[in-house]
Design a protein. Sequence first.
Length: 498
Amino acid sequence: MSAITSIDHWISGSRTAGASGRSAPVFDPATGQQTGAVALASAGEVDAAVKSAAAAAREWRTSSLSTRAAVLFAFRELLHAHTDELAAIITAEHGKVRSDAAGEVARGLENVEFATGIPALLKGGYSEQASTGVDVYSIRQPLGVVAGITPFNFPVMVPLWMCANAIACGNAFILKPSEKDPSAALRLAELWQQAGLPDGVFTVVQGDREAVESLLEHPDVAAVSFVGSTPIAKHIYERATAAGKRVQALGGAKNHALVLPDADLDLAADAIVSAAYGSAGERCMALSVAVAVGDVGDDLVSALAKRLPALRIGPGAEPGTDMGPLVTREHRDRVAGYVAEGADAGATVVSDGRTADVPADGFFLGTTLLDHVTPDMTVYRDEIFGPVLSVVRVATFEEGLALVNANPYANGTAIFTRDGGAARRFRSEVEVGMVGINVPIPVPVAYYSFGGWKDSLFGDTHMYGPEGVSFYTRGKVVTERWPDPATSSVDLGFPRTR
Ligand code: NAD
């Protein structure tokens, strides 16, 4: 047994031990051993963190745009230099393979690069002579203290989706990471500090439901960004909006890939296998349903199945592995339970992850491929969030499109085809927030914004990019004139433009 590390909060620029007396175990999913104990904040500890952040926010909002950009540039360089180290921290607690973890850091870093452009992003509009002698202009100002509550599956990227813009806009940011893989947040805090960010502008409060509820209720938290499962996203949205806060709450997903009969099947199968089983299916943009249109079903299933034996499943830190373990034992067992339910409900089990040859220690599960899945089955209805790919067969493009549009989740989707007209119709008529055309994981680049529709997003602002800047600032419009006092008079009429 190796020593168990205490995983603390980060308040006022330093590691702060938990004082609540409560903690949660953190595991190495590749060995199944507990490696850490993360502090779980009480309401009192959250209050202390918010007070420190509020004091820092009052100063930080007055920092010049070039000062903020300089910190972001420095932070970007540090993230780049520490990519391997951050990837190792991610793998140790999440389990994903190193290359995947490094990819997560790289995609998060894009958001920092976007935020380095904050001087240009915060430019307002100006109308000279909107009325005679009157000029009108708009400015955007920070909100104060904003909170981010993040899921286990991207412990570096999702916090960066939020904090880069929030901080660049002049706010203080409080991160409540997932208690399953909380260490990366503390390393991010240290790198922010090294980049020159004043203490208190980036805070980490470790915790569970109690910490989250305290943030949602705290009067000095102006806005909440959430990413996680749909039931919690809905709860966060309702609770925090009722408390008068601005909220964006991104939820779960069930992403479909439509494969048309004219698609290049090898290309489609490569893409779908990569997007279904990458990160053991624990991605909100994972493709978990392949919709085979027309007579493509048998060939698609055999192309998918052919690729599975070559996937190397093992500890994420081991070079050459393609897929690591799931995040916890409970989650692994839950996913295996879905495979059993699919089989019982009549799906054809082409590949059974439960019987795969995987390391005995740790929370491993092999890859499952289910064919002839129907929309009434739980494997189709629920977000499984594991290495399980379902194939649904439909007769026509219209039937496939209707299937995607009937699903309550609407995060991402993809179409594989060589027919530009069909692809164009799909992207126009599909009711999903992020669409890939021959692209399996269409996570937008950082200068667009990320978000699904329907039960995949509560609130009306997508995350990061231009919508992130808008979310983390309030607009103000100034109407200004410098009249000659000699022309002044009382006029009780409603002011009109002249
Ligand atoms: P989760 O909803 O269990 O947890 C997310 C966060 O909420 C964590 O910080 C957790 O501590 C907190 N939380 C959990 N239960 C809570 C409760 N009852 N009250 C208050 N806070 C609570 O999600 P997860 O298992 O960590 O992450 C996986 C989920 O996140 C999947 O559903 C996945 O699709 C989703 N996700 C969505 C996106 C997206 O962009 N739409 C991105 C990544 C992950």
